[in-house]
Design a protein around this ligand. Structure first.
Ligand SMILES: *Cc1c(COP(=O)(O)O)cnc(C)c1O
Length: 652
């Protein structure tokens, strides 16, 4: 295998691959970091396609994403598609339960582990049904943060199987339902988040004659790092302050209900990248646990909340979108910290409850979309100079172009920017024509390209020219909406792994950012996983005329679906759930059509039938006035009505 010429661009983390470079999947795997962030679920096959690999009794079975895409096309499912791999969801639930089990065995822990999935992280029916079905073998439960979520939990779990942990604001209706569920055999625990909730619970409990199982949520002072650290510290909006906690205990004692207080809960925020923060949170919570037991509470559950992070960028560091610990380390640290705090006090080990949402579902969904178009920032062939007719400033630009050399890059760039500004001014004042402006812009681009070529060889890059190559990167237009399918990319600049799903035996010689099909300048992805940190462009393949080019955005199973919005009325995408079989085949187990145009119009209060009727009237007038024929009217109305039934994304 010939070695590839991969030039490391100076002072950033992108790579430039020269055209004609021999290329293999292995090189792509390294370039895109798929083996770092893929957690074994995603890899590149020798044929250049991304594969999904799921465990079967200790071995991995892989299926090419391109085969899954072909399967979807044979079923008439259009891009973009949210692809769910059910095996991955199952595997993550097993991993979490097995890791806690192993940690407890190895440290001789006396309590057990019971996971609950926080419904808010992905409320989709197919996901919750699968968690309830597969999780039953571990007694995996659900966390509900609202009345609607409690209804989902009650209908999805078998009574007596997983726990239901009720966080969030609880009114009488919520509380009555939860209390009655206890009678059915559910272990439904109310976590008191604010002092006003307790009187409501006590009142309902008296009225129904059912004793509740109670938890308290404490506000820890431990602050955590990461993008969601607002949930921790004194100003966290959730949880009881210490004085509220003392009042709660006193009230329960007066009511002779301290035995109902069985669970201590805290939640430090999602995606905690540093294991030190996790450990110090556990230790602080244990201080509360010990003193609540000493106050007479019948505590037997310690609920750690969420926070178990996903290594989105694969760097295994304490960066916001990474984590510096493995799942095994997380479990060992938690169990060990609890033992170290409780053993000296002679307090029995609690059942550990955790509410891991992100880590449970992130890996199981992939957003797939096709590329529709590309814009390149490359000038055409420049016409020969014509000093007799060209404005002098264009001549100056041509001089700058000719003069580029390693020693004058900054000066040359400054000149070019100056001349271009002057030419733009002339155009605004009407002193030069459009064609002259266009020629000037082309020469300017050619100068930038020349400078960037020199910079690739340069030992150091002048500060004023750092990142200049980004102004030349391509824009690839993807058939999706950032706002609908990747809201956190827009809202909090989250980084997700993204890469082409095929063609990895060809060198990705272009550098691009990805734009979506909304008409919003924020509808783009321009932060990518680089070799060391964040890159501004992604290496991609040149588009091949007439051939589809597919991209996948990975690890999007957590939080993205319901947070997404209808910007530009791009609706829900099609969703396909796949189960991979041990023999390497796969079944499409569920298929859900995304929103039609009629659907999204009705979300904003239009009545599609009425719209059609209004348009029919307008067309009728057109016929009457002789502007269109009856046949034209008919085909216009058919097109209108077909569009109403159609997909909100670009259709082939
Ligand atoms: C959001 C939330 C979670 C989920 O956190 P992850 O980091 O996604 O695991 C758990 N518990 C509570 C109370 C939450 O609000």
């Amino acid at each position: 295998m010939a070695t590839a010429r991969v030039t490391k661009l100076k002072r950033n983390d992108e790579f430039k691959v020269s055209e004609g470079t021999p290329w293999t999947s292995a090189e792509s795997a390294e370039l895109y970091g798929i083996r770092n962030w893929g957690a074994g679920y995603f890899d590149l096959a020798d044929d250049g396609t991304v594969t999904v690999n799921v465990p079967f009794d200790g071995k991995r079975v892989g299926v090419s994403l391109l085969d899954i895409i072909a399967g979807m096309q044979q079923r008439g499912v259009q891009m973009p598609v949210l692809l769910r791999i059910e095996n991955i969801l199952d595997a993550q639930i097993s991993l979490l339960n097995d890791s806690f089990g192993n940690a407890m065995r190895s440290l001789n822990y006396g309590g057990g582990y019971r996971g609950v999935f926080p419904i808010k992280v992905n409320q989709q029916c197919q996901v919750i049904e699968e968690i309830a079905r597969f999780g039953a073998r571990y007694g995996h439960g659900l966390e509900a943060g609202s009345k609607a979520e409690l209804l989902i939990a009650l209908a999805s779990l078998e009574a007596g199987s997983g726990y239901i942990i009720c966080n969030g604001y609880k009114d009488t209706e919520f509380v009555d339902l939860g209390l009655q569920a206890l009678k059915l055999g559910y272990k439904c625990i109310f976590v008191i988040e604010t002092p006003t909730e307790l009187p409501i619970i006590l009142e309902s409990s008296r009225a129904l004659g059912i004793r509740p199982i109670l938890g308290v949520r404490v506000k820890l002072s431990s602050r955590v790092g990461g993008a969601w650290n607002e949930s921790s510290g004194d100003r966290s909006i959730f949880g009881l302050t210490t004085s509220q906690l003392v009042e709660t205990i006193d009230l329960l004692r007066r009511q002779e209900m301290l035995d109902c207080l069985q669970l201590l809960h805290y939640h430090l925020g999602s995606q905690i990248p540093n294991i030190r923060d996790i450990r110090s949170g556990v230790l602080e919570a244990c201080r509360y646990y010990v003193d609540l037991v000493k106050e007479g509470a019948a505590l037997s559950y310690l609920d750690l909340g969420g926070g178990l992070a996903v290594d989105y960028d694969g760097s295994q560091t304490n960066h916001d979108y990474s984590k510096n610990y493995s799942l095994d380390e997380y479990c060992l640290d938690v169990v060990e910290a609890i033992m170290s705090a409780l053993d000296p006090q002679g307090i029995p080990h609690p059942v550990i409850v955790s509410e891991s949402g992100r880590a449970t579902v992130a890996y199981s969904s992939i957003l797939l979309f096709n590329i529709l178009d590309v814009t390149r920032f490359e000038p055409g062939e420049l016409p020969p100079a014509d000093p007799s007719r060209e404005p002098e400033l264009i001549g100056n630009l041509r001089e700058s172009l000719k003069s580029i050399n390693p020693k004058n890059l900054q000066e040359c760039y400054n000149d070019a920017v100056y001349y271009r500004e002057e030419i733009r001014e002339l155009f605004k004042r009407g002193q030069i024509r459009l064609r002259e402006l266009s020629l000037a812009e082309d020469i300017f681009l050619e100068i930038v390209r020349g400078i960037v070529r020199e910079l690739e060889q340069a030992k150091r890059v002048p500060a004023g020219l750092a990142g200049l190559e980004h102004s030349l990167s391509d824009i690839y237009y993807g058939n999706f909406s950032v706002f609908q399918s990747l809201p956190d990319v827009w809202a909090i600049e989250q980084i997700f792994p993204i890469m082409p799903v095929h063609r990895h035996t060809e060198a990705p010689t272009r550098q691009a950012i990805i734009a979506d099909i909304t008409c919003d300048s924020d509808g783009k992805i321009d932060r990518f996983i680089g070799k060391r940190g964040v890159g501004k462009t992604l290496p991609v393949h040149p588009l091949t005329e007439g051939e589809p080019y597919y991209f996948g955005v990975f690890l999007v199973g957590a939080y993205q679906e319901t947070l997404g919005d209808l910007h530009n009325l791009m609706g829900d995408t099609n969703v396909v759930s796949v189960r991979i079989n041990e023999d390497g085949t796969f079944d499409v187990v569920r298929e859900m059509s995304g929103d039609s145009i009629a659907d999204v119009l009705s979300y904003v209060e239009y009545q599609p039938q009425q719209l059609l009727e209004q348009f029919r009237k307008i067309a009728e007038h057109g016929v009457r006035d002789g502007r269109i024929s009856l046949a034209e009217r008919q085909s216009m109305l058919e097109a209108f009505s077909a569009s109403l039934r159609g997909y909100t994304y670009y259709e082939d």
